[in-house]
Design a protein around this ligand. Structure first.
Ligand code: ZN
Length: 293
């Protein structure tokens, strides 16, 4: 069953919801990075969040990056999506495993830490990307993102993100939603939505029980007339290539490149996102050096 994302708005324009099933893409991330259960939950929540944010981009050429840097043992968590729902990510320490937290859940907050920042980088094809940053609330990702929306975008937002890891480390269910009250929302909308968000069961439980992203939306927006946009099919996909790696090597400059040739006589570049390895011989590096001059 392929992942998919639904986007909905109430007919009165007051509330929008994006809900997504990311089970397959989280499974792919687990396999590529050989993630521990805790790391799967942490990266899976970040991937789910960035998938939804990617779904809110206006142009398919735009991209959004979510970074969590909380000083915890997992290191940096990075997730990226473009406007075509192609998603990728990595964590600093994919093997980190922690005891379950006091709620009996995978300790994502403990792994990420809360001594640091959540950053959202939006590349909208302009000269400079737009960067928004807020301090982390608890490193659990959903609460951190809620705080980001309230502070950086002044939009009251509810965020739920979940990853259910099976005993064999495969992902049983993963997904989430972002619900936003748009400027047209009234006090009664706020009340209704708060109740709906509070009463909804966990997203992973719903998906694990065979429910679909549409079911999440209709439960959240019960009683509203809902309009759906086209579904999107998010996938874990890296866009690295030999050509890009060439460019990255050229960009380190003539001096560094010369040093690399003289000291190592070769280079091995590993992509953080997909673990592809690009090997360079001395001759190939010398070829690149010509372009760096
Ligand atoms: Zn790659």
């Amino acid at each position: 069953m392929a992942d998919y994302m639904v986007k909905a708005i109430t007919s009165d324009g007051a509330i929008r919801v994006v809900a997504v099933d990311t089970t397959e893409l989280c499974n792919k991330a687990q396999k590529i990075h050989n993630l521990s259960a805790t790391a799967s939950a942490a990266l899976g929540r970040a991937l789910t969040a960035v998938t939804i944010m990617g779904g809110m981009l206006k142009s398919s050429d735009d991209a959004v990056t979510l970074q969590l840097n909380g000083g915890g043992p997992i290191g940096r968590v990075v997730a990226v999506s473009n406007g075509r729902a192609q998603v990728k990510g990595y964590v600093g320490n994919p093997l980190i495993e922690l005891p379950l937290n006091e709620k009996g859940k995978l300790d994502v907050g403990g792994a990420i830490g809360k001594d640091g920042m959540l950053s959202i980088i939006r590349d909208l094809g302009l000269k400079e990307p737009y960067i928004g940053q807020v301090p982390l609330v608890n490193g659990e990702v959903a609460e951190d993102l809620t705080y980001y929306y309230a502070n950086s975008e002044q939009l009251p937002t509810a965020v739920a993100l979940g990853v259910l890891v099976d005993v064999d480390y495969s992902i049983r269910a993963a997904g989430g939603f972002v619900l936003q009250l748009l400027p047209g929302a009234m006090d009664e909308d706020i009340d209704r939505v708060e109740k709906a968000v509070a009463s909804i069961s966990s997203v992973t439980e719903m998906l694990d029980n065979g429910k679909k992203p549409e079911d999440i939306v209709s439960q959240l927006l019960e009683g509203y007339e809902i309009e759906y946009f086209d579904n999107e099919l998010p996938v874990y996909q890296c866009d690295c290539s030999r050509e890009r790696t060439d460019k990255a090597l050229i960009s380190i400059g003539e001096k560094e490149l010369t040093k690399l040739i003289e000291e190592d006589g070769k280079a091995e570049i590993t992509c953080h996102f997909c673990d592809n390895v690009y090997n360079y011989t001395k001759e190939q590096l010398e070829e690149l050096l010509k372009s760096a001059r």
